[in-house]
Design a protein around this ligand. Structure first.
Ligand code: S3P
Length: 439
């Protein structure tokens, strides 16, 4: 059942909060924990639907997952040591969980059915199946048009490959590297622009041998040495920058706000949003930058700021790919035009986020247009609001437009806030704690 929710102009936001653990790192901690020998202890794991689906999947494949005293423990089965599940693996709304686990299953001699919800069943799986099939994964699906549900058969005899990513995707890169763990020799993925590198960082942290090489013009080659052994590790998951993005945006537009978000992941492959906001004139200060478990983290102090429109180059897209819906909403509060270039990948997210962002803005009285793969928003310094926004089963569209409502003149309603539970169940409670109101 759909759950509509309305956000109205907010009083000033103030206080200190922590956002829940990073979704990308949470998926990977569970997956590498399952492939390691020994026990992996995870603190700060994101307990949202997407990650819980991955936890259920690794448990169904034989890696015990249990929670006690705020810590999640995964009993690893070793690389190649998972066993066939009793039924289909259901990844709900999660592209990351399903695509990374296709890479894991590829290296196991077993047949597995992958499925998901209506949104995930529309998303392209061919981008992962193509390299995995070259390594030896079998599937009946037509690779070019594959979608879930699909049945795949892995093998204990994978071939190592060198793969040039046709799209800048951390999910595809990760799926190939995870399969490469269980192939003899070296598996290399060449990415046109460096996408998030949590898989590489965490593989190194778990003891795998891998290295990265610059290929010029932003491109990178990442190589994993196969027949790897991973050792269970302790992981402290830092706060999710993609969830923080909504809170930062709310503080920037709700007049007189001054907040601190503690312990946010500041990995440079995820920091494009903050870089862009600073170019727009946002007052964001990093306090106490430090390194935790191989990832940079820090506290962010954010104060309400007058924003100006900017041009966001296509090369920045991978480092802020999930933040475009909220950037598009913020751009409406800026003075002048914001042009976001090279957003083809936005069309294959939980919804077509390029179209959904433009439609939501139009419903809220903002002039926005899609030009090919670019999104252009006319900022007028203030937003009328008053719209009903279609969220299309997309958590980030729901949160972006509720945030827009906190700064708009008239309340903004999203048709369905239930999908927020896939990534950031604390979105409403945390903003409420800072001073926002929803009904
Ligand atoms: C993710 C990678 C990105 C991102 C997604 C999480 C990951 O997808 O949009 O939310 O954890 O690897 P792509 O790799 O498909 O761009």
């Amino acid at each position: 059942m759909k759950q509509p929710l309305t956000a109205s102009a907010s009083a000033r936001l103030s206080g200190r909060i922590r956002v829940p653990g990073d979704k990308s790192i949470s998926h990977r901690a569970l997956i590498l924990g399952a492939l390691a020998t020994g026990t992996t202890c995870i603190t700060g794991l994101l307990e949202a639907e997407d990650v819980l689906a991955t936890a259920e999947a690794v448990a169904a494949l034989g890696a015990e997952v249990e929670k006690s005293n705020g810590e999640v423990k995964v009993k690893g089965q070793g690389v190649g040591g998972l066993r066939p599940p009793a039924s289909a693996l259901d990844f709900g709304n999660s592209g990351t969980g399903s695509r990374l686990m296709l890479g894991v299953v590829a290296g196991h001699d077993m047949e597995v059915e992958f499925t998901g919800d209506a949104s995930l069943r529309r998303r392209p799986m061919g981008r992962v199946l193509a390299p995995l099939a070259a390594m030896g994964l079998q599937t009946d699906a037509n690779e070019d048009h594959a979608t879930l549900p699909l049945v795949v058969r892995g093998t204990g005899d994978l071939l190592p490959i060198v793969y040039d990513l046709p799209v800048p995707s951390a999910q595809v890169k990760s799926a190939v590297l995870l399969a490469g763990l269980h192939a003899p020799g070296r598996t290399t993925v060449v990415e046109p622009v460096a996408a998030r590198d949590h898989t590489e960082r965490m593989l190194g942290y778990f003891g795998a041998e891998l290295y990265a090489e610059d290929r010029g013009a932003g491109a990178r080659a990442v190589t994993i040495c196969g027949d790897a052994e991973l050792h269970g590790a302790r992981i402290a998951v830092p706060g999710d920058p993609s969830s923080s993005a909504f809170i930062i945006a709310a503080a920037l537009i709700a007049r007189g706000s001054d907040i601190v978000i503690e312990n946010v992941l500041l990995n440079p492959t995820r920091s494009g949003f903050i870089a862009t906001l600073r170019e727009m004139g946002a007052d964001i200060e990093v306090v106490g930058g430090r390194d935790e478990g191989g990832e940079p983290v820090g506290d962010l102090r954010v104060r309400t700021s007058a924003l100006k429109g900017v041009s966001v180059p296509p090369g920045r897209a991978p480092s802020m790919i999930d933040e475009y819906p909220i950037l598009a909403c913020l751009a409406a509060f800026a003075e002048g035009e914001t042009e976001m270039q090279g957003l083809a990948e936005l069309k294959v997210k939980e919804s077509d986020r390029l179209a959904a962002s433009a439609a939501g803005l139009a419903a809220c009285g903002v002039l926005a247009r899609v030009e090919g793969d670019d999104l252009v928003v006319e900022g007028k310094g203030e937003v009328e609001g008053g719209g009903l926004v279609d969220t299309l089963m997309d958590h980030r569209i729901a949160m972006a437009f509720l945030t827009l409502g906190l700064g708009a003149r008239k309340p903004v309603t999203v048709d369905d806030a239930s999908m927020i539970g896939t990534s950031f169940p604390d979105f409403v409670p945390l903003l409420t704690k800072l001073g926002a109101t929803f009904e």
